[in-house]
Design a protein around this ligand. Structure first.
Ligand code: SAH
Length: 263
């Protein structure tokens, strides 16, 4: 997909079911920076759980143009309140904990979040305090933890920077979901992916055509066919694309036959 079409594509409606939850934030500036990080990635739902201080002037200064996200932020007393309606809750941690939780990479966490949200579920990504992160009790409320695989000797990102990384991964997953829905890079509707049988039909015709145009010139055809199979399978063709390619092959076969009968 081209970068141009990525930027013009509207993000998936699932974005509205994704919330970023900041627990016990200590520096008001971080709430503003987090709001800005979210808005650049098309996310708008911020929840603040018992912040040490309410968003203030410094928060709004750092939110820059994202004061709407910050102004609309919900404030809750506890993490349990903030995620009560969520089917998936992921806790972001700067270090491994004793709590027995599956640990996800940001990319996998984002993919799972968008899949759930696209299926209609509410999803929360939870971030901890600057000094101490999330408590073990708070992590117990999460279905899995997410760790940004940072420098192991210095793995704790600034809170808003961690929100930025996860928001970016969510955006990529949302863009993937909206393009995967039915659009190709030019914004045209895509057919469903070609079936196994359609691909095999195409490969059989490709092999016949290569014979007919004497592509192999006495070499064994297997090696070229293996490489071509790999190439076309990697392309993830849809059914219509396979039909176009088979149309080209049919024309080539017809021309080869005409050339043969002239000889
Ligand atoms: N000193 C704290 C770090 C807090 S940083 C601790 O050791 O837990 C504030 C928050 O940013 C963390 O609670 C976490 O939600 C997020 N964060 C920072 N670095 C992260 C990383 N490498 N992976 C995932 N989340 C991270």
């Amino acid at each position: 997909m081209s970068s141009e079409s990525r930027s013009v594509n509207p993000s998936h409606p699932a974005a509205q079911r994704l919330r970023i939850v900041l627990v016990g934030t200590q520096h008001p500036g971080n709430m503003g920076s987090a709001a800005r990080a979210m808005k650049t990635m098309g996310l708008a739902r911020l929840v603040l759980v018992a912040p040490e201080r309410r968003p203030n002037e410094e928060s709004y200064a750092l939110a820059a143009g994202a004061d709407d996200v910050l102004g609309d932020a919900l404030i809750c007393e506890t993490l349990a309140d903030a995620v009560a309606d969520c089917r998936l809750v992921l806790g972001c941690t700067a270090r491994s904990r004793r709590v027995q939780l599956e640990e996800l990479l940001p990319r996998d966490a984002a993919a799972r979040s968008v899949t759930e949200a696209a299926a209609g579920a509410e999803v929360a990504l939870v971030f901890g305090r600057e000094r101490t992160g999330l408590t073990n009790d708070e992590l117990q409320l999460c279905h899995a933890s997410v760790h940004i695989p940072a420098n192991p000797d210095y793995s704790s990102l600034n809170l808003a920077a961690a929100v930025q990384v996860l928001s970016y991964e969510l955006r990529l997953a949302l863009l993937d979901a909206s393009s995967g829905d039915a659009m190709d890079a030019a914004g045209e509707r895509r057919d469903p992916p070609a079936s196994h049988a359609e691909m095999e039909g195409f490969f059989a015709q490709l092999a016949q055509t290569l014979d007919a145009i004497d592509f192999h010139k006495g070499r064994a055809p297997e090696s070229a066919m293996r490489k071509l199979r790999r190439l076309y399978l990697r392309a993830g063709l849809d059914a219509r694309e396979v039909r176009i390619l088979r149309g080209i092959l049919a024309d080539a076969q017809r021309m080869a036959m005409l050339a043969g009968s002239k000889r």
